[in-house]
Design a protein around this ligand. Structure first.
Ligand SMILES: Cc1cc2nc3c(=O)[nH]c(=O)nc-3n(C[C@H](O)[C@H](O)[C@H](O)COP(=O)(O)OP(=O)(O)OC[C@H]3O[C@@H](n4cnc5c(N)ncnc54)[C@H](O)[C@@H]3O)c2cc1C
Ligand SMILES: NC(=O)c1ccc[n+]([C@@H]2O[C@H](COP(=O)([O-])OP(=O)(O)OC[C@H]3O[C@@H](n4cnc5c(N)ncnc54)[C@H](O)[C@@H]3O)[C@@H](O)[C@H]2O)c1
Length: 474
C-alpha cells in the first residue's frame, strides 16, 4: 500500500466515507482511516438502530388509529433481532468493501495529525502488536471524526456507568425502570423507544421548561403531551443532584434537585455531544483541540497555513445530522478536487448554502417533528418581517383518512418582504416525507405565488400546503 495520497480522510463515518468516495470518483487518490467501524456512529449506534427500534412502535400507533385492524402483541426479541440485522451485527466488512470498491485505500487504526499534511496511523494501541505508520497527503486532509456523548459532572454519575446512545440503541435487555437525563432529540426518541419496548417506569428529567428546544415550541409541547399519554413521566425544570450505585450493575438511587428520590435499573444520559477533536493532533497544526474545528463555507479549516485542512460532519459542530455531514462532504470533496486540479473552486455546488438556511430534520417521536429553515423566534430575532400561518393537519381530508384521533399541526414562517418561506414545521404522525417539499420551497426561496400553482393531490395530508396558503390569504 502506498503511503502518499492526494487526500487523507480521518474517520469513516457517513461524512468521511462520502468525502473519500467522491474524491476517488473524481480521479484523485484517497485514503480513509477508521479506528472503530466503517459507517460510524450513525450506522451502528445512532440513526439506524434508533429508527429500527422506533419503526414498529410507529406502525403500532398507525394501526391503533385505523378501525378494523387489530394489533398483535409486540415481540421485543424480534424487534431487537431486526435492529441487529440493520446494524449488520456490528460487522463493517460490507462498508469496507464499498470503500475499497470505490477505489479508496482503507486503513484500520487511529489517525492523528503529525504536522502539515502528515497523518500517523496507530494500530492496536496498548497491545503488544501495536504499530504505527505515517501517511502524507499531497493536497488535503479531511477531519471527519464525528462526536461523542457528554456526561455531565453530576456526583456519582460517571461511576454508575450510565448508558449513552450506544447502550440505549444496542439494548439487549430492556430495563424495567429507566431514567433519561436530557430533553433533546436523543432523550425524546430513546425514552419513547425504550418505554415502548418495555421500560414501564420511564422518567425523563428535563432541566428547562420544554422538550426539543431547537424547534418550534409547539412541537416540544406536542411530544411532551404524547410521551405523558404513553406513560412516560416527564419532569420539567428538574435536575439530577446525585447518583449512587453501590453494586456495579445493581440498582441506582437518584437524588433529584426537587427532593424526590428515585430507584432505577439504568440511567440514559442524553445531554448533548462534543466534537471528537481531542487527541487527533490538531495542536500540531496550531488549532484548539477542545473546540469543534472551525471551517469556512467550503469546509476548509480556518487558521491553517496553506489551507490544506478541511472538516466535515459533527466534528465541525455546524449541524449534527448525518445528511448535513454528507452534504458538507460533497461540498468539501468538490472544492478539494477543483483546487488540486487548478480549476474553478467556486461553482454553485462548492459552497455550504444549506446550513445557514436551517437544516431539515425529522425527529422520530410520535408525533414526528419535521422541520426545516428558521423557527418563528429565530426569524424574528434576525430581523425578518415575519408573518406566521398555522393549520390543523387533522382537518384536511387526507389527515382524517389517516385514522381516528389523527392530529397534527403545520406552521409556516413567511418572509413578508419576499413573500417566501423562511421555515416550515410539521408535527404529526408519519409526516416525515412531507418535509422534502418544504425543504425545496425554503431552500429555493419559492414565492408563495408560485407555490399556489403546486397543487397537492387529493386526498393526501399534503393538502395542508393549500390550507396554509389559504390561511395566508391566497
Ligand atoms: C441516538 C442518535 C440518533 C441519531 N439519529 C439521527 C437521525 O435519525 N438522523 C440524522 O440525520 N442524524 C442522527 N443522529 C446524528 C448522526 O448520528 C450524526 O450526525 C452522524 O453520525 C455524524 O456523522 P460523522 O461522519 O460526522 O461522524 P460519526 O458518525 O461519529 O463518524 C465518525 C467516525 O470517525 C471515527 N474516528 C473518530 N476519531 C478517529 C480517529 N482519530 N482516527 C480514525 N477514526 C476516527 C469514529 O470511529 C467514527 O467511525 C443521531 C445521533 C444519535 C446519537
Ligand atoms: N432524528 C434525528 O435527526 C436525531 C436523533 C438523535 C440525535 N440527533 C442529533 O444528535 C445531536 C445530539 O442529540 P442530544 O439529544 O444528545 O443533544 P441535544 O443538544 O439535542 O439535547 C441535549 C439536551 O440535554 C439538555 N442538557 C444539557 N446538559 C444538561 C445537563 N447537565 N443536565 C440536564 N440536561 C442537560 C439540554 O438542555 C438539551 O435539552 C443533536 O444535535 C441532534 O441533531 C438527531
Amino acid at each position: 500500500m502506498p503511503d502518499v495520497f492526494d487526500v487523507i480522510v480521518i474517520g469513516a463515518g457517513p461524512a468521511g466515507e462520502v468525502a473519500a468516495g467522491r474524491i476517488a470518483a473524481a480521479g484523485l487518490s484517497a485514503a480513509v482511516i477508521e479506528k472503530e467501524l466503517a459507517g460510524g456512529e450513525c450506522s451502528y449506534w445512532a440513526c439506524i438502530p434508533s429508527k429500527a427500534l422506533l419503526r414498529p412502535l410507529d406502525l403500532a400507533g398507525e394501526v391503533a388509529r385505523v378501525p378494523g385492524l387489530t394489533l398483535g402483541g409486540l415481540v421485543v426479541d424480534d424487534v431487537l433481532a431486526r435492529r441487529d440485522e440493520m446494524v449488520s451485527n456490528f460487522d463493517d466488512s460490507g462498508q469496507v468493501q464499498w470503500i475499497e470498491s470505490a477505489g479508496v485505500a482503507f486503513f484500520r487504526g487511529k489517525g492523528r495529525l503529525k504536522g502539515p499534511r502528515e497523518v500517523e496511523v496507530l494500530s492496536g494501541e496498548g497491545s503488544s502488536s501495536s504499530s504505527s505508520l505515517t501517511l502524507t497527503a499531497r493536497h488535503a486532509v479531511v477531519v471527519a471524526t464525528g462526536s461523542s456523548p457528554v456526561i455531565p459532572p453530576i456526583p456519582g454519575l460517571a461511576e454508575a456507568r450510565p448508558w449513552t446512545n450506544r447502550e440505549a440503541t444496542g439494548v439487549r435487555a430492556v430495563p424495567q425502570r429507566l431514567l433519561v437525563i436530557g430533553g433533546g432529540v436523543v432523550g425524546c426518541e430513546m425514552a419513547q423507544a425504550l418505554h415502548g419496548l418495555g421500560a414501564k417506569e420511564t422518567t425523563l428529567v428535563v432541566r428547562g421548561g420544554a422538550l426539543l428546544e431547537r424547534v418550534e415550541p409547539y412541537a416540544g409541547e406536542a411530544v411532551a403531551r404524547s410521551l405523558t399519554e404513553q406513560g412516560v413521566r416527564v419532569l420539567m425544570r428538574e435536575t439530577v443532584e446525585r447518583v449512587e450505585r453501590p453494586v456495579p450493575g445493581g440498582e441506582i438511587t437518584v437524588h433529584l434537585g426537587g427532593g424526590e428520590i428515585l430507584r432505577v435499573d439504568e440511567i440514559l444520559v442524553a445531554t448533548g455531544r462534543r466534537a471528537v477533536t481531542a487527541d487527533i493532533g490538531l495542536s500540531t497544526v496550531g488549532l484548539d483541540d477542545h473546540q469543534p474545528v472551525r471551517v469556512d463555507d467550503s469546509m476548509r479549516a480556518t487558521g491553517v497555513e496553506d489551507g490544506w485542512l478541511y472538516a466535515v460532519g459533527d466534528v465541525n459542530g455546524i449541524s449534527l445530522l448525518t445528511h448535513m455531514g454528507k452534504y458538507q462532504a460533497r461540498v468539501c470533496s468538490d472544492v478539494i478536487v477543483a483546487r488540486a486540479k487548478g480549476t474553478a473552486d467556486d461553482l454553485p455546488g462548492m459552497r455550504d448554502l444549506a446550513d445557514p438556511i436551517g437544516s431539515p430534520q425529522v425527529i422520530f417521536t410520535d408525533p414526528q417533528v419535521c422541520a426545516v429553515g428558521r423557527t418563528e423566534a429565530q426569524a424574528r430575532s434576525e430581523g425578518f418581517d415575519v408573518r406566521v400561518v398555522e393549520y390543523e393537519m387533522g382537518d384536511v381530508a387526507g389527515g382524517s383518512l389517516m385514522g381516528e384521533g389523527y392530529r397534527g399541526r403545520a406552521k409556516a414562517v413567511v418572509d413578508e418582504r419576499r413573500r417566501a418561506l423562511l421555515g416550515v414545521t410539521f408535527v404529526a404522525p408519519a409526516a416525515s416525507d412531507l418535509l422534502h417539499g418544504a425543504t425545496i420551497a425554503v431552500t429555493a426561496g419559492v414565492s408563495l405565488d408560485d407555490l399556489w400553482h403546486a397543487v397537492p393531490a387529493f386526498p393526501t395530508v399534503s393538502e395542508v400546503w393549500l390550507r396554509l396558503l389559504e390561511a395566508y390569504g391566497m
